[in-house]
Design a protein around this ligand. Structure first.
Ligand SMILES: Cc1ncc(COP(=O)(O)OP(=O)(O)O)c(N)n1
Ligand SMILES: Cc1nc(C(=O)O)sc1CCOP(=O)(O)O
Ligand SMILES: [Mg+2]
Length: 512
């Protein structure tokens, strides 16, 4: 059992750091294994302790040697960490002998651990075999039944099933996920990076009830060594930070994709598979993880979008308008300033960012990724003719919020694939605020909501008189209404926002 601590700070939630223990092999080239786990957790702002199961001699060409750590000594390392440091999540990588798996599963039963992430490392991305077949039975019998999630690649999934069948399609991956689930883990993520039939990188998650497909663009790079270890560590890190398994997989996939994209052209070593850089350019987003709370779809309930012409008309500053909207109950703010210069936009954005952060209200910038980065906004909103969402995701990293305007189900599908967090759908009604805007009506909104895999906010001509008609549609994914003139083209922003909020809450309440 965990030893008693006499330090009261050790039990104080304010001082607790999310903590992953990785039980894995050392990779001398530092792209995979323990070294990847440490870097991935560091990049995600999570503490990582280590139990080393094997020492490998490897580089960008391949694996030249493996020295397995004596199983008693693996047990000693486990005891040292688990008896004292109380990790939130244990993540496993290379477990090279049945004896090591046995000792690990005994330790997991003996000590209290929040979750177990099993990366069943058997074949490295370079194709080198890292565990022999005697390990397979131990994985199946001892470890998978304890796992909250297991993350095999195609070859590992096939090995775990032991049927010798090659997985070639997404349907094969689904079937494999279902069969592996029957062995005992609570979630199965079959990684389809090697699926030759697909132009995207598709991973399939099965939670015992539903299948989820996570798709991302294939990144052309040699630097893919360690992607499996990194993905699993990142999932473990997100679970340690309090995410559900589904959200953890979503963020981890984005993180790996972004890191691969940033590192696509770096050269380390002369072999055919290089490491990527876990920390490069992600430092900014990692550093402020502790002050930014994750995006919650309910933030879209009353979405206030600013307009400089309206502020000029009423003689108000942008920041006073934003403050008024928040006082009245706006749940998210977007700075949409089409007519001011970059300097003025940035200054206003910095002030509004502070106001929003002070009130705990998410703050997004319309169109301008440069401004969003410069003022450290929580994210951006972009339309179909703005920068593509996929590029925006690469520039902004995995944490920032991206909203995309969609008028059709096809656009909604693409927004999901491109890594957006929500959809703005309109114009629900005709509007004078945006020139030449196409009105999709309640029917258009309905079809986008039904097709969408993302939360949706309705926009365009919405106000006190018709918000109820929109929300009473009660269609899936519809989370709120976005308004410009209904709050900013009014004499008193806070009281108009308050009245609108009442209508919204009544409508949502009536629907429930
Ligand atoms: C919440 C929300 N939905 C839609 C839009 C419109 O974005 P876009 O199509 O890019 O048009 P402009 O706002 O840039 O004119 C939005 N801004 N917010
Ligand atoms: C910014 C914007 N986007 C729209 C879309 O249909 O995507 S309609 C719109 C303007 C919404 O302003 P108001 O609330 O004053 O009608
Ligand atoms: Mg735009």
């Amino acid at each position: 059992m965990r030893r008693e601590v006499d330090d009261p700070l050790a039990e104080d939630a304010r001082f607790r750091v999310p903590h992953v223990l990785t039980v894995a092999g050392s990779d001398s080239c530092a792209g995979a294994g323990i070294q990847a786990d440490l870097k991935a957790c560091a990049a995600r702002g999570v503490y990582c302790s280590t139990v080393i199961t094997a020492i490998t001699a490897q580089n960008t060409v391949g694996v030249q040697g493996v020295s397995i750590v004596d199983e008693e000594f693996v047990g000693e390392q486990l005891n040292s960490v688990l008896s004292d440091m109380c990790p939130d999540v244990v993540k496993t990588g290379m477990l090279p002998s049945p004896g090591i798996i046995k000792i690990l599963s005994q330790s997991l039963k003996e000590f209290r651990v929040g979750a177990l992430v099993v990366d069943p490392v058997m074949v490295s991305t370079s194709g080198d075999v890292l565990a022999d077949s005697s390990v397979l039975a131990s994985f199946r019998e001892e470890l998978l039944p304890l796992a909250d999630i297991v993350t095999p690649n195609l070859k590992e999934a096939s090995a775990l099933l032991g049927d010798g069948i090659t997985l070639e399609t997404v349907a094969d991956m689904r079937s494999a996920a279902k069969h592996i689930y029957e062995i005992g883990p609570r979630n199965v993520l079959v990684k389809g990076g090697d699926l030759s039939a697909s132009s995207d990188a598709v991973d399939v998650l099965f939670d015992g009830k539903n299948f989820y497909e996570f798709r991302s663009a294939r990144i052309k790079t040699l630097n893919t060594h360690g992607t499996g270890c990194t993905l699993a560590s990142c999932i473990a890190a997100e679970v340690a930070r309090g995410s559900s398994v589904f959200s953890a997989v979503k963020i981890a996939k984005r993180y790996v994709e972004t890191a691969l994209d940033y590192s696509r052209d770096i050269r380390i070593g002369g072999g055919h598979q290089g490491p990527f850089d876990h920390l490069m350019k992600l430092k900014n987003s990692a550093l402020d993880l502790h002050v930014r709370r994750p995006f919650d779809p309910s933030d879209l309930l009353l979405y206030a979008v600013t307009d400089s012409r309206m502020n000029q008309k009423w003689g108000r500053s942008i920041s006073d308008s934003v403050e008024g909207a928040i006082q009245g109950g706006a749940t998210i703010i977007q700075l949409r300033e089409k007519e001011i210069g970059t300097n003025d936009f940035l200054e206003a954005a910095k002030t509004c960012q502070q106001i929003c952060r002070h009130h705990g209200v998410p703050f997004l910038i319309n169109d301008r990724i440069d401004i969003a980065l410069a003022c450290d906004a929580d994210g951006i909103h972009i339309g179909q003719s703005d920068m593509p969402a996929r590029v925006a995701r690469t520039l902004l990293g995995p944490d920032k919020v991206i909203g995309v305007s969609c008028k059709t189900p096809q656009q909604a599908e693409k927004a999901w694939i491109d890594g957006a967090d929500y959809i703005g759908c309109g114009g629900v009604y005709p509007t004078n605020t945006k020139e030449n805007n196409i009105t999709v009506g309640l029917d258009g909104l309905t079809s986008v909501c039904f097709a969408s895999k993302l939360p949706v906010v309705a926009i365009g001509g919405i106000g006190i008189s018709n918000a109820q008609n929109v929300l009473e549609l009660a269609v899936p994914n519809l989370k709120g209404v976005a308004v410009v003139s209904a709050v900013f083209d009014r004499e008193c922003i806070s009281s108009e926002t308050q009245k609108l909020k009442r209508v919204i809450l009544d409508s949502v309440g009536a629907v429930k």
